[in-house]
Design a protein around this ligand. Structure first.
Ligand SMILES: NC(=O)c1ccc[n+]([C@@H]2O[C@H](COP(=O)([O-])OP(=O)(O)OC[C@H]3O[C@@H](n4cnc5c(N)ncnc54)[C@H](OP(=O)(O)O)[C@@H]3O)[C@@H](O)[C@H]2O)c1
Length: 345
């Protein structure tokens, strides 16, 4: 069995990792860290985990993690995450970092959007971006994987095949909606129950960190400098991201060409399901799974392609994708531990 650590095990992505890894056939969770709850068992903090993970939560100590594990997942807020990641990589531990700290190679852009000074710019250069469908080889050989942003995953996967085929020339509007767990477990007024329940709001309309991430990664992969107008929305549900993209296609491009573009890119991909015939996915179709479901409709009247992608922000948007990356780094079946049917009801 391979052994892993979950650093920041009491947050939403950390807990989701432990939930999914509990049923991974080749991986054992060896170390779980927490600053606020150290000394308690994980199953005392989350009673539903009794008999599933009864490990003691320990404060983060890079030496202790390095002693006993093959790979560490770092599930901390940005800033704290890069410090922990740097310490672990220096001790020889392979890391999958779930924060935004290693996703963008352009350090000034990172520092502008995250409002912190980067402490490990050299590691940024070598970090593989953790969307396996785009960067499988780099991930397999990496000692550091930057797990993508949840919104970024849903937009990049929906847009990439069209860019690759040269079907996108103008501005792409990405209108995206997320469940409340996307904001993490820490308390805030916006995610307080009476504030967000029975309501639906746009936020960060002046700009969101995942906007430069989407553009930089698509440029890195395709060489095309696409301009995306991304507006996130908060929806009163726990999990899920639904992204609706509005794209102007060249006159000569048909719906069959679009279908072919998605088929060519994703036919062999175990976690991407492309819907045909105008069928569109909902967040229920992917809830609790590592799938990204994509559907599209061509609006003849306004000459626009409307693409809809759905993911579970905590699975394909975070912890599930992190396990997919772990499987690649370990050289085992990429789908191990991720054969999940949707929690549709
Ligand atoms: N939520 C999502 O859908 C999602 C998706 C993709 C990526 N991410 C990224 O993944 C990382 C973890 O996200 P999350 O949603 O799991 O966050 P979270 O629920 O807020 O959990 C973060 C955990 O980190 C620990 N921690 C250690 N130092 C901390 C500090 N200085 N401030 C606050 N917490 C600290 C806390 O646990 P203790 O107090 O017990 O140590 C906390 O439970 C973030 O960088 C986030 O941007 C999140």
């Amino acid at each position: 069995m391979f052994k892993v650590a979950v650093v920041g095990a009491t947050g939403y992505t950390g807990l989701e990792l432990i939930r999914l890894l509990s049923f991974h056939p080749l991986v054992e969770v060896e170390v779980v860290t927490s600053e606020s709850y150290s000394g308690k068992l994980l199953s005392q903090v989350f009673p539903g985990m009794r008999g599933i993970c009864d490990k003691e939560l320990v404060p983060f100590d890079p030496d202790r993690v390095a002693e006993g594990v093959d790979v560490a997942f770092v599930c901390l807020p940005h800033g704290s995450s890069m410090e922990a990641t740097k310490a672990l990589v220096e001790k020889g531990v392979k890391v999958i970092d779930l924060s935004g700290d290693f996703r963008m190679r352009d350090i000034p852009t990172y520092e502008k959007w995250y409002k912190v000074v980067h402490v490990a710019p050299d590691l940024v250069k070598e970090a593989a971006y953790g969307i396996p469908e785009l960067f499988r080889d780099e991930i397999s050989n990496a000692r550091l994987v930057a797990n993508p942003g949840c919104y970024a995953t849903s937009v990049i996967l929906a847009l990439y095949p069209l860019l690759e085929k040269g079907f996108v020339s103008g501005l792409v509007v990405a209108d995206c909606k997320s469940g409340v767990t996307g904001a993490g477990r820490k308390l805030s007024q916006r995610t307080h129950f009476p504030e967000c329940n029975e309501s639906f709001m746009a936020y960060s309309v002046q700009g969101h960190r995942h906007n430069p991430e989407m553009e930089e990664i698509l440029l890195r992969k395709t060489g095309i400098d696409v301009e995306i107008l991304f507006v996130p929305h908060l929806v009163p549900m726990n999990r899920g991201i639904l992204s609706t993209l509005y794209i102007e296609l060249p006159e000569s491009t048909s719906v069959a060409d679009v279908e072919e573009a998605y088929r060519e890119c994703y036919e062999e991909e175990p976690f991407i399901r492309v819907y045909s015939g105008g069928l569109l996915p909902s967040t229920k179709d992917v809830r609790g799974t590592n799938f990204c479901d994509i559907g599209f409709v061509y609006r003849e009247d306004v000459k626009r392609l409307v693409v809809v992608s759905a993911i579970d922000n905590l699975v394909k948007g975070a912890s599930g994708q992190a396990i997919q990356n772990l499987n690649l780094m370990l050289g085992v079946d990429e789908t191990a531990g991720l054969s999940l049917a949707p929690l549709w009801i």
